[in-house]
Design a protein. Sequence first.
Lengths: 224, 224
Amino acid sequence: MRDRPFRRSPFAIDVGIFTIRNGQLEVLLCKTSDAREKWILPWDQPRPQEPIETTAQRIVRDAVGTSAPWIELAGAFGEGNRHPADAEISVAFAAVLPGTSPPPKDPQLVWHKVADLPAMTPKKRSVLEAALTAVRFRLEHSPIAFRLLPPLFTLSELQKVYEVLLGKRLHKASFRRSLHAAEIVEATDEWRGEGRGRPAQLFRFAPPKKRRAGRGIRFDALIA
Amino acid sequence: MRDRPFRRSPFAIDVGIFTIRNGQLEVLLCKTSDAREKWILPWDQPRPQEPIETTAQRIVRDAVGTSAPWIELAGAFGEGNRHPADAEISVAFAAVLPGTSPPPKDPQLVWHKVADLPAMTPKKRSVLEAALTAVRFRLEHSPIAFRLLPPLFTLSELQKVYEVLLGKRLHKASFRRSLHAAEIVEATDEWRGEGRGRPAQLFRFAPPKKRRAGRGIRFDALIA
DNA sequence: GACATTGGTCACATTTTGTGACTAATTCAA
DNA sequence: TTGAATTAGTCACAAAATGTGACCAATGTC
């Protein structure tokens, strides 16, 4: 995010950066210098010739020091000149980071629980909603959940990520059965003991080679 | 689509307009004045203060006289000044029309079978691919298939739409069972005889009131 | 050692889906 | 007029996927 863009540009890139910490979904917001304590999403403008995905990743890097293991287009908005740089159009991206990522580099950047957001303008808020919707929506088609975890993780941790994103409890046996059937995780020979309870085996994400042909139509997934 | 934009604007809206005619998926393309006979998607630039969804619908109306019953954001592209109006960013929408829609108003606009596309620049082509992907991808969450049909349709027609979009045959009994279970169609007391064979009952789309809570995770829908 | 806690698996009931075969209503040709 | 061809619509059963409770295993705590 820059205070003085080196080139005036009529569009802006906003990025909703999400992570899970302490079992809660959080988003990285930026405090404005505005007296009314409004918060906005990290943003910037594309440099000349810069692809917008590159801009989005640059915004993430500027905010937390590393690029996001998952990032995707979430929406586009005509803004009516309300954006900080008077952008007429803003393009929103959604990104996720592992919960183990380093803290923000700028004190104006603060992680906020998605369940307890601070004051934002309705417009900013709706951009955030779009990013959040994109994350939840792509959950079953993109390996988002795995990107919210470090390379090695336990199956309980993975299940917890799904539970947080879906907002509902899952049954352990069902969850693991689907996981193994899809051959989407690979067991390592490492185990982790986390204080009390039996130690858990560590797994890594195994990108699927070939997708099985999907089954019939699911009309019950239709909205409106 | 305008030849001389009344306001220079650095971004453009492209719309992939799809329909199904004669059992084939088709897209509406515009012939450029270029000697090399390249084809592009219908496009325009937003007017001052105009929301981009409005621009997209205006492009559809200008092309075929009616607005699209379904239209949705499909992608955003940094273009590196290759767009006809030197746009740096183009926002792509995907739209569908019933196969019964009137023919294009401009002779430069021609329906092309998606399975047999004419010469396009790689960039334009990838925008079209993005629009097509958006249609296929949203198929199970948006009532797209119903928007490709007139208000009253037979179940065989609906099945055919799904088969064309999915690129595979479906089993009649399964298809209808899912359809009725989701209460997504409503029988009318009209019937239509189409030459030979038993007449078919006409149905209308019944927007679902309440979604059933989805079942477990489908890891086999994950890509890459 | 008993117990609480977390990980991991199993078996079985229930639900959903795949599939072929069947009946119904119409047109067309002999 | 009859029967083959064609398209619509339904049924029943097999196969597969999912929901669910119970169980055993390994660790820390008291």
